[in-house]
Design a protein around this ligand. Structure first.
Ligand SMILES: Cc1ncc(COP(=O)(O)O)c(C=O)c1O
Length: 468
């Protein structure tokens, strides 16, 4: 994050709270899970209702006036997404999907089809929705490399490059997939890896789902082949709309494993023949969420009116407040009561703080104790491993050998059984992610809960874990 992270009291984003997120204060709630989802601004929700009440919009896969109205709004939405990403229209195209996961799967199923497609290299710090690509790779006989994390949960280009070298020696250049910002720790992985890998003939899938709400995204400078987004994470509304922003030439090389309504110009029922529609429609299965696509256009305008620097500065200032508050949490006698995962410097992280509370002897408290106390106090945070097992593995020293040995001792039926086999003290951490709908008072409320939990009598959680 840049140095301009000041967001003084009464800043533009703070002022949005009463206007756009009035339901928070009405219910006495504090929302610190913006990496899970941003909250919907009421003006976008009202805009949606007014648009539908004021026009006739039909299925865009037709030629009547209602269809043409929807198609025109869908094209506007594509242009808005391109401009949001700084993506030149002659180089990039926007494919609408249900979410970031569907966009990733679209690439995986169409790109990892045969050994000749080349290897797949994943950063250990990836969301499960990216890690799942390895199943397509295994099925296609494509080698998979995983770039390990350093102790501070960052990674360096030397490790990425070494992994590319190793895979390339076996199967030539392939696909590198990594998150611009970790959903678990907020670490901002260098965007310069994109150009570095592409120079070597690799294609790059940049997962910008957690990064896009506050991080810089300029595809004219960072020429990733595939970028995936979920719109609800950026402006809270609409949900059910994701994007694959793809370089036209990279998209042209994908081989879709099937066809569906909307993806073909013509097909035969009695013979195995179809004529694919050109991009982007050729990649959009079935009817797109045409009533929601204009909301993306409105969301981009809403976001622009406030501005990325203001959103980023606001979230960064709250993040710093939280980091400083956690650093001050201590037991009588001075032992720290919290430990934060990831690098200490603001420059290396987005607005995400993953932490564990500690007992006075330094041992880690079950992260669910904090989640339960925060929930009871009306504060939304997350706990667990946040669908990102690589970070928990790095924190707990779970090398591939350790995991394989543990699994050789038994077949776990649930998360608790898996953790018992691994003999790890905690599944993960607590994650707080400030954003547009949060303010300094929310952060202070969470810090007060943390202080209470760390000094409180409850040290064990008895409930089952529900998953990661
Ligand atoms: C970094 C990252 N990638 C991918 C995803 C998957 O997004 P979705 O569930 O919207 O498909 C998430 C969701 O939290 C995420 O944070």
């Amino acid at each position: 994050m840049s140095g301009s992270t000041e967001c003084p009291a009464g800043c533009r984003v703070d002022a949005l709270r009463a206007r756009e997120f009035p339901y928070l204060d009405a219910a006495g709630r504090a929302y610190l899970d913006h990496t899970g989802a941003a909250l919907p601004p009421v003006s976008l929700v009202r805009g949606h209702a007014e648009r539908l009440a004021g026009g006739v919009f039909g299925n865009p896969h037709a030629a009547g006036p209602a269809s043409r109205a929807s198609t025109a709004l869908a094209e506007e939405a594509r242009a808005a997404v391109l401009s949001f990403c700084g993506a030149p229209a002659d180089e990039y195209v926007v494919v609408f999907t249900a979410n970031a996961t569907a966009a990733i799967r679209l690439v995986a199923e169409s790109c990892l089809t045969a050994r000749s497609d080349g290897p797949l290299v994943l950063l250990a710090d990836n969301h499960n929705s990216v890690l799942g690509m390895r199943r397509y790779a295994s099925r296609a006989g494509v080698p998979v490399g995983v770039v390990p994390l350093r102790a501070d949960l960052t990674a360096d280009w030397e490790s990425v490059s070494a992994c590319l070298d190793g895979c390339e020696a076996v199967a030539g250049p392939g696909l590198l997939a990594y998150p611009a910002q970790s959903n678990a720790t907020g670490v901002r992985h260098p965007l310069s890896w994109v150009a570095g890998a592409r120079r070597r003939g690799w294609r790059v899938l940049l997962d910008a789902a957690a990064h896009a709400p506050t991080g810089p995204l300029d595809l004219s400078a960072v020429p990733a082949d595939f970028v995936v987004l979920s719109w609800y994470k950026i402006t809270g509304y609409p949900s059910g709309v994701g994007c694959l922003v793809a370089r036209r030439e990279a998209l042209a090389r994908l081989r879709r494993p099937w066809f569906a309504g909307g993806t073909v110009l013509a097909s035969s029922a009695r013979t195995d023949w179809h004529l694919p529609a050109p991009a982007p429609e050729g990649f959009e299965d079935g009817t797109p969420p045409f009533l929601l696509l204009p909301d993306v256009t409105a969301a981009v305008a809403w976001y622009r009116a406030v501005g990325r620097p203001a959103f980023a500065g606001h979230a960064a200032a709250l993040t710093r407040r939280l980091l400083d508050g956690l650093a001050r949490l201590a037991h009588p006698g001075g032992a720290p009561a919290a430990v934060v995962l990831g690098p200490p410097a603001d420059a290396d992280r987005g607005p995400v703080v993953a932490f564990n509370l500690l007992r006075a002897d330094g041992s880690v408290l079950d992260e669910r104790l904090c989640l339960d106390a925060a929930s009871a106090a009306g504060i939304d945070v997350r706990s667990g491993c946040f669908c990102n097992p690589g970070v928990a593995e790095a924190v707990n020293g779970m090398t591939p050998g350790v995991v394989r040995d543990a699994l050789a001792r038994g077949a776990p039926e649930d998360v608790d059984a898996y953790l018992r086999l691994l003999r790890v003290p905690a599944q993960g951490a607590v994650r707080a992610s400030p954003g547009a709908a949060a303010n300094a008072a929310d952060v202070d409320r969470l810090l007060a809960v943390c202080a209470e939990v760390a000094s409180g009598p409850a040290t064990r959680h008895s409930g089952p874990r529900v998953g990661c």
